[in-house]
Design a protein. Sequence first.
Length: 326
Amino acid sequence: MTTQPAVLEICAGAGGQAYGLELAGFHHELAIEIDHDAAETLRLNRPAWNVHEGDVRDIDGRDYKGIDLLAGGVPCPPFSAAGKQLGADDERDLFPEALRLVKQARPSAVMLENVKGLASARFRTYRDSILSELDRLGYNAEWQLLFSSEYGVPQLRPRFILVATRKALFKHFAWPGPVGTPPTVGETLLPAMAENGWPGAKAWARAANNIAPTIVGGSKKHGGADLGPTRAKAAWLQLGVDGRGIANEPPSSEHPVDHVPRLTNSMVASIQGFDQAWQFSGRKTSVYRQIGNAFPPPVAQKIGESIKSTLGVAHKRNRSNLRSIA
């Protein structure tokens, strides 16, 4: 029987948050994901995980009463600048479902991530309503805007994070601090760019001496396998990358030194902070969307470590109480 803290994860996607939480020391009681290819990705990488392929509305939180952590990356279109920003009026808004599960499961802690757009002034009332409901349920909570580049990820990728714990524990929670200067795109991708013998790989890597723009995954309705809107493509071109599409293979020895390469899905995964051990299921465009919509594992790991440390305070208290009773 595992002694690791347990997590119930909703909207798990391709496993960026799940992988990060695993690295932080959590084990998954259940991972919920409605997209077939993303659910297959979870099964491909972690066959032992209990993966529910379906709607979060199918899950009764009472089946996971007292779980250590409820986590998830609820859909971002209701709050994304790339969408209509309908917020609570968007049928894809799953914050109410997350709160339902908190009420039913009564986890020790909650961690939910979303896009930077949710931090805007127009959603202040909505954010406050979530904090009020969590307070009513017995939790203290805080929103924080974190930049993935502060945690070793070679792109800016701002994420808006909600962490909540039972009220007695929250004073022990601290947001993780930055870990240092992130690697550049060139440093991150040089091995992949050079693997097929492209003679321009080293010169390209020296010129690609900055972090990447935020990867944009898009959705089934909007966005394909390219590196985002016009402004994003222009920023990629400054790094020597053709953002108009995704390549099947890295450039080869047949490409000239001054070739402007496209990224492969594997390269995009590296920019997102995945290591090469994590594989993806599905066709090219589906894989790109899974990667592009993921929560970078290094960021999830750092927040997870802070939450695990906070939960450790509660476990120490429980052991102390048991000794005093004995």
